[in-house]
Design a protein around this ligand. Structure first.
Ligand SMILES: NCc1[nH]cc(CCC(=O)O)c1CC(=O)O
Length: 307
């Protein structure tokens, strides 16, 4: 067995937290194993001045990390599952899906404690079409304003008064011990999360058997089933995390309950569907739900965005 694992990671606080968490888990499982971090800056970290949906989708935060894996400069990359593209480059694979943190979206505000409390014309910050289409559908009287940057940058912009409230993933705030900034954990009925939200995944070289077996104990089967169903739906819809697509799977006993939606960015059209299926057919369930949304007209909404 190898004696060292190098983790390629972005250098945002959240990415470093995630990489360090995997490092600590591996070190406690394997006291002899050396685990090092290789910090890198990705395109998604560099381009901060244009909306994410305009600068090219889902691979933005992972491409440089994947190059390091393929070059052998690193052995694994720890990702937020919602940022991981559906297809992996030749030679790389998703080895592990770790236990999910709170999957909800969070409202963060210094003035208001819930979406219901926001007065008409309040400015709400998010750069996610998925969040904004759901918010616009619920509250067409609010003003959605683009908000970029890592979690700390976004909170700073809120504190500087540019926004009345912002929406972030609860998981990121919890991990960074900023849970006290959360005004409202928004229910999944109000804001259906992005596929994979709150779950970390670990990518590595497909043929690196040693690393696969080292990572095996970090797999969380229940989370994996849920995330596989969600990603299958996204994949069938060709949607990245920048599309106004939401999907969320829950597991009750051996049954998956998968909910999905596709919204138009103006919040005027919202296609919703849900499906139940056995947990050993997670991928088929995701595809089934996607096809139901396509039969409702999802493709014409999505094509208008990708154009
Ligand atoms: N797209 C950025 C991103 N990727 C993962 C998270 C949060 C943590 C997670 O979902 O695991 C965030 C920040 C956010 O959406 O607020």
């Amino acid at each position: 067995m190898k004696d060292k694992i190098v983790i390629a990671t972005r250098e945002s606080q959240l990415a470093l937290w995630q990489a360090n968490t995997v490092k600590a888990q591996l070190e406690s499982l394997y006291p002899e194993l050396k685990v090092e971090l290789l910090g890198m800056t990705t395109k998604g970290d560099q381009i901060l001045d244009s909306p994410l949906s305009k600068i090219g989708g889902k691979g933005l935060f992972v491409k440089e990390l994947e190059t390091a894996l393929l070059d052998g400069r690193a052995d694994i990359a720890v990702h937020s599952m919602k940022d991981v593209p559906m297809a992996f480059p030749e030679g790389l694979t998703l080895a592990t899906i770790c236990e999910r943190e709170d999957p909800t979206d969070a409202l963060v505000s210094n003035k208001f404690t819930s979406i219901d409390e926001l007065p008409a014309n309040s400015i709400v910050g998010t750069s996610s079409l998925r969040r904004s289409c759901q918010l616009r559908m619920l509250r067409p009287d609010l003003v959605v304003k683009d908000l970029r940057g890592n979690v700390n940058t976004r909170l700073r912009k809120l504190d500087e008064g540019e926004y009345d409230a912002i929406i972030l993933a609860s998981a990121g705030l919890i991990r960074l011990e900023m849970q006290d900034r959360i005004a409202q954990f928004i229910s999944t009925e109000t804001s259906l999360p992005a596929g994979g939200q709150g779950a970390m995944g670990i990518e590595c070289r497909s043929n690196d058997k040693d690393t696969h077996s080292i990572l095996a104990p970090l797999q969380h089967d229940e989370t994996a089933v849920r995330v596989i169903a969600e990603r299958a739906m996204n994949k069938r819809l060709n949607g990245g995390c920048q599309a106004p697509i939401a999907c969320f799977a829950e597991l009750q006993d051996n049954t998956i309950w998968l909910r999905g939606l596709v919204g138009s960015p103006d919040g005027k059209t919202m296609l919703r569907s849900e499906a139940y299926g056995p947990k050993d057919k997670a991928e088929a369930l995701g595809i089934e739900l996607a096809e139901e949304l396509i039969s409702q007209g999802a493709n014409s909404i999505l094509e208008a965005i990708y154009k």
